[in-house]
Design a protein around this ligand. Structure first.
Ligand SMILES: Cc1cc2nc3c(=O)[nH]c(=O)nc-3n(C[C@H](O)[C@H](O)[C@H](O)COP(=O)(O)OP(=O)(O)OC[C@H]3O[C@@H](n4cnc5c(N)ncnc54)[C@H](O)[C@@H]3O)c2cc1C
Length: 349
């Protein structure tokens, strides 16, 4: 069966920042590369906050997250890796020749010499509002993320939740919505202190300790929400145009954690070369834990390069330990020409 499958040098599982940057770096090292993502689009956790400004990626002046995802994808495609979307990898088997066959939940198979796990905290899904039938409003005015702030302009918005994102959204929507109400089952909010105090001093209507207990609709849209006091059980109805629920994220690695990977605190154990305990399988990004791990987009990039270099040496122990820097890497000569640059002096660019 392996003869029918194209053999790749590296298969990266997970299309977040770690996976995308690793795909680029793998091209720099001249490896035949495949990137597989379970969701229908690349971006990983960054897809949760597309309208946020990102300030802490080196060399990037403040950039809208959505734009950074686009740029990461463009960079990932530099050396034309095969990118597979909508396949959650679940199965692994090692062949006699040491290569691996990966199986997706959809049944598709992938043949590879090495694997880089860049799966973050697994497949993310939003914790849903636990009210029967609530899912029917997901196509109208019940939201689990804020993809576009403008959607809420001039509206009466009720936010359910008390974490960082809930508080953030309340602050961001307050100047553009007609009214923002935040409902949380505890008096204390979990968001950053500064953001909580900005919210408390703003016009946001804070209802604690309350929970959303009933939705009232015209059949299509939620028009009112009943909130219930956690102690007195007293109820109140609030008129709304939109409801945003932020009850946290559910993460699931699926059957992948049964592959025999050594895990600690639900993260992969790796050594300094980002090797897992399974020879030929490396890991990068939020999925791994080591003493100095930086759980940021920038940290994911460094992990990606380290893991990929280890994969390269696994395939070819004689290869240089790291890729040639891009400023001197022959692989970019042609690419620079495509940018209209025909010598090595780009000072005037
Ligand atoms: C609200 C919020 C705001 C943040 N703000 C910032 C910020 O301002 N700056 C910053 O640097 N960082 C920020 N972060 C952190 C940053 O998003 C993460 O550190 C980063 O996304 C980790 O990248 P990753 O590629 O390791 O994992 P992820 O981004 O989680 O990507 C993992 C991908 O793997 C896929 N996957 C999982 N399992 C499988 C499987 N079995 N098969 C196929 N695909 C699979 C998932 O679908 C996902 O797309 C923020 C995080 C959050 C939640």
């Amino acid at each position: 069966m392996t003869e029918q499958l194209e053999l790749y040098d590296v298969t990266i599982i997970g299309g977040g920042p770690a996976g995308m940057y690793t795909a680029f770096y793998s091209g720099m090292r001249d490896l035949k590369t495949k990137l597989i993502e379970a969701k229908p689009e690349l971006g990983g956790r960054m897809l949760i906050y597309p309208e946020k400004m990102i300030w802490d990626v080196g060399g990037m002046t403040p950039i809208l997250c959505e734009k950074l995802i686009g740029q990461l994808e463009q960079q990932a495609r530099t050396f034309d890796p095969t990118i597979v979307l909508g396949q959650q990898i679940t199965g692994l088997s090692r062949q006699e020749d040491g290569t691996f066959i990966l199986t997706a939940a959809t049944g598709e198979k992938h043949h590879t010499r090495t694997i880089i796990l860049a799966i973050g905290y697994g497949i993310l899904t939003m914790q849903k509002l636990e009210i029967e039938g609530a899912d029917r409003y997901e196509v109208t005015n019940l939201h689990y993320t804020v993809q576009e702030l403008e959607v809420f302009r001039g509206k009466r918005v009720l936010i359910s939740g008390g974490g960082n994102s809930a508080v953030d959204w309340a602050n961001e929507l307050e100047p553009i919505a007609e009214k923002v109400t935040i409902v949380h089952r505890r008096d204390q909010f979990g968001g950053h202190e500064k953001n909580v105090s900005i919210m408390r001093e703003s016009s946001v209507d804070i209802r604690t300790p309350y929970a959303v207990t009933q939705l009232h609709s015209n059949g299509e849209n939620i028009e009112q929400v009943t909130i219930t006091h956690m102690e007195t059980e007293e109820t109140e109805r609030i008129e709304v145009d939109a409801v945003i629920v932020n009850h946290g994220l559910k993460c699931d690695y699926g059957p992948l954690v049964e592959w025999g990977l050594e895990m600690k605190d639900e993260l992969a154990v790796v050594n300094g070369k980002l090797e897992t305990n399974i020879p030929g399988i490396f890991a990068a990004g939020d999925f791994i834990n080591y003493d100095s791990k930086v759980r940021l987009i920038a940290g994911a990039f460094t992990d990606g390069a380290l893991a990929l270099n280890s994969a390269k040496l696994y395939i070819d122990p004689e290869a240089p330990k790291v890729a040639y820097v891009s400023s001197h890497n022959i692989r970019f000569k042609e690419k620079n020409k495509q940018l209209g640059l025909d010598d090595d002096n780009y000072r005037n660019v």
